[in-house]
Design a protein around this ligand. Structure first.
Ligand code: UD1
Ligand code: CA
Length: 462
């Protein structure tokens, strides 16, 4: 099979986004827009990929390198004079290449692999010099419209701003995905002019040039019209995110996950959920998150970059970021698990409890109003209401260890570093500063004073 090289266009200024962040770094389902075409290239084993970026797009280069995408080369287009000019800049990196070139845009995340496969297939079958992908949209506003002859042959593309009223009524649009013979492309790019409303060099002019020379040219239609959607504005971004999100929810439903609603539930592309789990709204599951089977996620829960086992209940309004929760645990309502929180099987973390960088062992309970930071809590430990690990002295962090079976009375402070031995008991209201031996009782408590009839004497004074 002849080789296919890829040029991905991402040097546009993205002015319509009205954002300081480069357009292709805006997220769809938790991944930046640019990750989508790169992912398609990987799936199709296309290894020669040139990404055209603008002078101000160093952040894009960094992000792409950070994604671990291998073998991507970068070409700079400055200033951005249009899509044809961008391709010209990309071609500089492919001086000796004479195969077919796949051109993708950095701003269309819904394009499917199957459509690209159709494109490659049609291009080869028709021995075309140019094949490109079109969609039929209910609202084609803003897109280049496909012009056809009375015999249905494609003969040109006209941009929204250059179209007349009749052309604007055409609902078949250019998605911006082309497969083109590189020799033809090189020859024609030199002929493209910028005589249009935007004074840009339009890649779309290739189509009329190929038509006038009677070159074999064809189009493929996307299976799903949404595949052609480009992200140019914040509104487009939200629209695309909503579509992807609904698709994700639908796919998970197909695998036996129950959602109370399609609305107000965010499920990023990096999230997996097991069969039998039910998810209420509003809920946000983002980043790289794995949720097991038969869990229950109540309203107001936010989970980011975390691993949740099977049969876990996460009650309303809990926030989990960078945590691990093992099977049959119960979290919340109103719990906050921060990075490095590792909650063991059957453990309970109740309301207004914050846990950071701490391990809570099997069956242990921290049920009410506590802060557990830098702690190692064994199995079957009971941590009473209002317990605080004083882990920070203003300079360094220190560890608190509660061994298996410890019972902590309410309103206790552990001034770390401190270790409580197996099965020890801490009396309520204590400030524990020294290690406690296994099975001991430790308490620090001012003795209680009682003065009989004191209150009635006080009342008489008034
Ligand atoms: C483009 C097409 C239009 C099509 C639409 C599909 C042209 C002239 N128009 O319009 O027919 O319907 O995409 O979404 O091609 N870019 C550069 N350098 C530039 C200009 C753009 O690299 O100088 C990049 C952008 O970063 C973007 C892509 O090319 O990824 C498309 O540019 P954009 O400005 O979004 O074009 P549209 O107006 O959407
Ligand atoms: Ca666009």
């Amino acid at each position: 099979m002849p080789q296919i090289a890829v040029i991905i266009l991402a040097a546009g200024e993205g002015t319509r986004m009205k954002s300081d962040i480069p357009k292709v770094l805006h997220p769809v389902a938790g991944y930046p827009l640019i990750a989508y075409p790169l992912n398609l290239c990987r799936q199709l084993h296309l290894k020669s990929v040139i990404l055209v970026i603008g002078k101000k797009n160093e952040a894009v280069r960094k992000a792409v390198i950070g994604m671990g995408a291998k073998g991507i080369r970068f070409a700079i287009q400055h200033p951005p004079l249009g899509t044809a000019h961008a391709v010209q800049m990309g071609l500089k990196a492919l001086a000796k290449f004479d195969g077919d070139l796949l051109i993708l845009c950095g701003d269309m995340p819904l394009l499917k692999r199957s459509t690209l496969e159709n494109l490659i297939w049609a291009h080869r079958e028709k021995r075309a010099v140019l094949t490109f992908v079109t969609s039929v949209l209910q609202n084609p506003f803003g897109y280049g419209r496909i012009l056809r002859t009375s015999r249905g042959e494609v003969c040109g593309i006209v941009e929204e701003k250059d179209a007349d009223d009749n052309q604007r009524k055409i609902s078949e649009i250019n998605t911006g995905v082309y497969l083109v013979n590189s020799a033809f492309l090189r020859e024609k790019l030199a002929q493209i002019e910028n005589k249009n409303v935007k004074k840009e060099y339009y890649l779309t002019d290739l189509v009329s040039l190929a038509f006038h020379e009677q070159k074999p040219m064809t189009t493929v239609l996307t299976d799903d019209p949404s595949e052609g959607l480009g992200v140019n504005t914040q509104k487009d971004l939200t629209g695309v995110n909503e579509l992807v999100n609904k698709e994700r929810i639908g796919a998970l439903m197909g695998r036996g996950v129950r959602f109370s609603s399609f609305e107000n539930v965010i499920v990023d592309a990096g999230v997996s959920v097991g069969t039998g789990t039910s998810i209420d709204a509003p809920v946000s599951l983002t980043g790289k998150t794995a949720i097991g089977k038969n869990c229950r996620i109540e309203p107001g829960v936010i989970i980011r970059d975390s691993v949740i086992g099977n049969d876990v209940t996460i009650k309303a309004s809990s926030y989990i970021e960078g945590g691990i929760v093992e099977s049959n645990a119960k979290i919340g309502p109103f719990a906050h698990l921060r990075s490095g929180a590792h909650i063991g099987p059957k453990a309970k973390v109740g309301n207004f409890v914050e846990v950071k960088k701490s391990r809570i062992g099997e069956g242990s309970k921290v049920n009410h109003l506590s802060y557990i930071g830098d702690a190692r809590i064994g199995k079957a430990v009971n941590v009473g209401a209002g317990t605080i690990t004083c882990n920070y002295d203003g300079f360094n962090k220190f560890q608190t260890v509660l061994e298996d079976g410890v019972f902590v009375g309410s309103d206790t402070q552990f001034v770390a570093p401190v270790c409580i031995g197996k099965g020890a008991v801490i009396g309520a209201g204590s400030t524990i500063t020294k290690n406690v031996k296994p099975k001991s009782l430790a308490l620090t408590r001012a003795p209680q004073v009682e003065i009989k009839n004191w209150a009635s004497r006080r009342n008489k004074k008034k």
